[in-house]
Design a protein around this ligand. Structure first.
Ligand SMILES: Nc1nc2c(ncn2[C@@H]2O[C@H](COP(=O)(O)OP(=O)(O)OP(=O)(O)O)[C@@H](O)[C@H]2O)c(=O)[nH]1
Ligand SMILES: [Mg+2]
Length: 205
């Protein structure tokens, strides 16, 4: 349960900078938690919900428009990272390749990345590219937590069944991967997801 007396450890996040290339990222000495997922899966909405602001990360109705790594800073110096989405069919090959270099490079090289929130539309989980993200991430065996977003689009029973199926499937890959139902719209699962990120970043409310 959310209590107004409990402060949000992810409050007061502010836009820091965008990077189109790895070289444009800020020095990697501060802890970061990254949000990844298919275009339109609800990454920006999830980040906004966790931070408790409406428009921190831009929410787009046009899939695939966010092609940059967007970084947000918390007052303590830790950062939240909105990674560009993937899997949008109309993206040309050159763009696909630059996305590979940017996101793959970030996941493989970023030593201060403490954990990866992988956002999947609960109606279309575990795409081939979601699995590729998990593969890239496995290089450093970083914690992964899956948000099955837009749960409000399904009934409760169907959402629970979808979550169990994804859990079962992922536990074969790595039993440590967290999986939860999430909705930025109804705020279902916001507290649980926020607690995971706060733990990764050593934040206290
Ligand atoms: N019903 C419902 N719609 C949602 C939810 N989360 C996001 N959306 C909608 O889904 C669309 C995409 O949301 P974004 O948060 O922009 O998705 P994204 O993954 O950041 O998309 P890109 O940055 O383009 O990759 C928007 O129209 C949102 O309003 C949710 O929990 N429930
Ligand atoms: Mg986005």
């Amino acid at each position: 349960m959310t209590s107004p007396s409990i402060a949000n450890p992810l409050a007061h996040a502010q836009f820091l900078t965008s990077a189109a290339r790895l070289a444009q990222l800020p020095a990697d000495e501060r802890p970061e938690a990254a949000f990844a997922g298919r275009s339109n899966a609800g990454k920006s909405s999830a980040m906004n919900a966790l931070c408790g602001v409406k428009q921190l990360a831009r929410v787009s109705k046009t899939p695939g428009r966010t092609q940059l790594i967007n970084l947000f800073g918390l007052p303590c110096g830790a950062r939240l990272v909105d990674l560009p989405g993937y899997g949008y069919a109309a993206v040309p090959e050159t763009l696909r390749r630059s996305w590979n270099a940017l996101v793959g490079g970030y996941l493989e090289s970023r030593v201060n990345l403490r954990g990866l929130i992988l956002v999947m539309d609960i109606r279309h989980p575990l795409t081939a590219l979601d699995r590729q993200m998990l593969d890239w991430n496995r290089v450093h065996a970083r914690p992964v937590h899956v948000l099955l977003s837009k749960a409000d689009k399904l009934g409760r029973g169907a959402a629970r069944a979808a979550a169990s199926a994804v859990k079962r499937e992922l536990s074969r890959l790595d039993p440590a991967i967290g999986v939860q139902v999430f909705s930025a719209l109804t705020r279902e699962g916001v507290d649980e997801a926020r607690a995971v990120v706060a733990r990764w970043l050593d934040l206290r409310a």
